[in-house]
Ligand binder design. Structure first.
Ligand code: CAA
Length: 282
């Protein structure tokens, strides 16, 4: 798989485009507006530059990777892609619409993957005429740093599809794939989201401060970030969508999004990306 398409140049889409380009693939990123296209290119260039500053990649390789990425506003340009990875907002109807459209544009042997963090993959697969070529490929944030990728096969995913993306993720991208079932949250978010929601409930009850909740999990349990800092990093809108999807799937109280999480999203306090979440950022 040489020609990759990425739908969406936000945090996750940009990160996915970056790792694919650094691994030698030619990457086309789809955006919806010129201003978003500019922001996506900037996001990718900035992260690759951080990799150079950290000594992870040479300047020459960084320049070559940037030259392998192009942003387009025209979905028809995806006609020649071998693999398209969708990283659009976590709205089921939007993803289904994108998959329905992609299915009519890409060549028959192309693979269509979704980076959804929690929506069962079959829901987008059935928007296509060929669900055998649809699979979940779930990256983690920040994509250039986190080694794990969850591969989600639906009841209808063809074994060749699963095998091809697993090989691309491990042999080409150098990431660690794990195989997950097609249930909301897959493996990591099914475990992570209830923990994050519980931290929000604990804060909301006045039981402990934000700093002490985070310090307990970094200093006491060795986590690289406390749960409230992690919510801010992931984005509270993503956390809410994932909790809602898990609650819709299992109807168990520990998955229910806490009211405080809903109110913060409604207030536009989404974390790092908006400058304020549980903490403030400049
Ligand atoms: N490109 C390449 N490498 C980079 C990089 C970049 N742009 N930025 C940082 N790195 C490397 C650094 O060089 C460093 O590598 P070494 O350890 O080999 O030196 C490593 O990444 C850590 O970077 P920093 O030292 O700058 O930063 P840090 O130590 O403060 O760690 C962090 C930052 C990696 C984000 C860490 O805090 C962490 O792991 N946090 C938890 C993140 C997490 O849980 N993510 C999952 C979220 S859930 C999700 O994404 C799923 C979902 O669907 C919601």
């Amino acid at each position: 798989m040489k020609l990759i398409g990425v739908v969406g140049g936000g945090t996750m889409g940009a990160g996915i485009a970056e790792v694919c380009a650094k691994a030698g693939s030619e990457v086309l990123v789809l955006e919806t507006k010129q201003e978003f296209a500019g922001a996506a290119s900037e996001r990718i260039a900035k992260s690759i530059a951080r990799g150079v500053a950290k000594g992870k990649i040479s300047q020459d390789d960084a320049d070559a990777a940037i030259a392998r990425v192009r942003v387009t506003l025209d979905i028809e340009e995806f006609a020649d892609r071998d693999l398209v990875i969708e990283a659009a907002p976590e709205i089921e109807s939007l993803k289904a619409e994108i998959f329905g459209k992609l299915d009519t544009i890409v060549k028959p042997e192309a693979i269509l993957a979704t980076n959804t963090s929690s929506i069962p993959v079959i829901k987008v697969a059935t928007a296509t005429q060929n669900p055998g070529r649809v699979v979940g490929v779930h990256f983690f944030n920040p994509v250039p740093v986190m080694s794990l990728v969850e591969i989600i096969s639906t009841l209808l995913t063809a074994p060749e599809t699963t095998q091809a993306v697993t090989e691309y993720v491990s042999a080409t991208l150098g990431k660690t794939p794990v195989q997950a079932g097609d249930q909301s949250g897959f493996i990591a978010n099914a475990l992570l989201i209830p923990y994050l929601c519980q931290a929000i409930r604990m804060l909301d009850s006045g039981y402990a401060t934000r700093e002490d909740i985070d310090a307990a999990m970094t200093g006491g349990c060795g986590h690289p970030m406390g749960p409230l800092t992690l919510c801010d990093t992931i984005g509270l809108d993503i956390c809410l969508a994932a909790a809602q999807s898990l609650y819709d799937e299992f109807a168990e109280p520990h998955y229910a999004p806490p009211p405080r999480l809903r109110r913060m999203v409604e207030a536009g306090l989404l974390g790092r990306k908006t400058g304020r979440g549980f903490y403030e950022y400049n």
